[in-house]
Design a protein around this ligand. Structure first.
Ligand code: RNT
Ligand code: ZN
Length: 389
């Protein structure tokens, strides 16, 4: 099947062998928090911050060792270069408050990652904590609370710098905070001024990491106003020449991140993705191989953005087997990238540049029936993972 597919793609000018090489080299960062419904290992505490994992499927990880074993199992079905995205609550942090975390609390993860040749990324955890109970962290009016979270942010960057030093590719440190209001605020400016000042302090020391800020539209109980909105972080990342994180679930329901990539790429040095699947709200369903996922991958490839992107996944479904949730999502991300790489982009581009929109449409539609599945199966078997699950 692969031989036939290879011939068919050669006819439209696509060399499947070089496509497979490119595909295999694209890193995709797998979020650790799918393994235990974003609970972490501090011991106790409810998930807060307007996000929610629903479902009660058995098998959520109860310890870091269990989580690592689950990740290893997932990776055995995932081809290509995988990174692991950690949150601060996943270290050996029982009894350690967020403003006390140190690299030593993540040494088990670092040893494991070195052994498995996996890159690590990091996220400060600015939710599910008594000091986030007012629904405000870095933008809180109380300086003591802001300082607590600033300290957490600084320490997160120190930990991530240790990751960068032991691996290929700097660790991404993604900053997402839940701050906002359920009902309409009167003063929308002051919290944003405080957030900007807090961030400036967190980033005041230079570190060998990819600093990244993640915007959001709303969360549960934070429906009316989010301090770190898209405009806020778009502006902040441009001004401070840092990476912007676009999460597929963080915009209005008909607004898609695939439509934002080319424009944003002109103004920020890096773009990180939290690829997710919002169903009517930021529900964080497992990503499916749907039109938007394919569109995201096509935009990345067509615009030549790979070298300035960090692709990560962000979803959490507790109603199904959690290891399968990872493998389905990770394989779908790679399938979408494969479909995008197999596109005779130059031919389509030439048609468009000469205003031959008929050819553009005819080709685009015909391409949908090309045998990319045979190329995928070949890729999986060469990578030593199952072609069919
Ligand atoms: C929340 C953000 C954030 C979290 C993770 C757990 O809406 O998407 O990225 O999902 O940090
Ligand atoms: Zn996210």
């Amino acid at each position: 099947m692969y031989k036939l597919a290879q011939e068919q793609y050669a006819q439209i000018g696509i060399d499947t062998e070089s496509v497979l090489k490119s595909l295999d080299a694209i890193p995709v960062s797998m979020h650790c928090w799918q393994g235990d419904d974003v609970k972490g290992f501090e011991g106790g505490g409810e998930l807060s911050g307007g996000i929610q994992s629903t479902g009660n499927h058995p098998g959520a990880a109860q310890s870091a060792d269990e989580l690592r074993a689950m990740i290893e199992k997932a990776i055995s079905s995932i081809p290509g270069k995988t990174r692991i995205n950690l949150h601060a609550i996943y270290g050996d942090v029982k009894g350690v408050d967020r403003n006390q975390i140190e690299p030593k609390h993540f040494s088990a993860w670092m040893d494991w990652a070195r052994d498995k040749k996996l890159g690590l990324d990091f996220n400060p955890t600015m939710f599910s904590h008594p000091k986030a109970a007012d629904g405000m962290t870095l933008s809180h009016p109380d300086k003591a609370i802001r300082d607590f979270w600033i300290e957490h942010g600084k320490r997160s960057r120190i930990i991530a710098e240790c990751f960068s030093k032991q691996q290929e590719g700097d660790a991404v440190v993604n900053m997402w905070i839940p701050d906002g209001f359920k009902d309409c605020p009167v003063d929308t400016l002051s919290p944003r001024m405080r957030l900007e000042a807090s961030l400036d302090e967190i980033y005041s020391e230079k570190r060998q990491v990819t600093d990244c800020v993640e915007s959001k539209l709303f969360g549960i109980g934070v429906e009316s106003y989010t301090v770190g909105s898209h405009e806020f972080y778009m502006g902040y990342s441009i001004k401070n020449k840092m990476a912007l994180c676009l999460d597929s679930g963080h915009f209005h329901p008909t607004e898609v991140i695939s439509a934002k990539l080319s424009a944003v790429s002109l103004f920020v040095p890096r773009i990180c993705l939290h690829v997710s699947r919002p169903v009517r709200w930021d529900s964080d369903h497992v990503i499916a191989l749907d039109d938007e996922l394919t569109a995201i991958a096509k935009e990345i490839i067509r615009c030549g953005l790979l070298s300035k992107m960090d692709i990560g996944l962000d979803y959490f479904d507790g109603s199904i087997d959690r290891i399968s949730a990872w493998t389905v999502g990770m394989r779908n991300m790679r399938k979408a990238l494969l479909i995008a790489l197999l596109e005779p982009f130059q031919t389509l581009k030439d048609a468009e540049h000469s205003f031959d929109f008929t050819k553009r449409l005819v080709m685009s539609e015909e391409l949908k029936a090309m045998p990319w599945g045979a190329v995928w199966a070949e890729y999986c078997s060469r990578s030593g993972v199952p072609a069919i699950m």
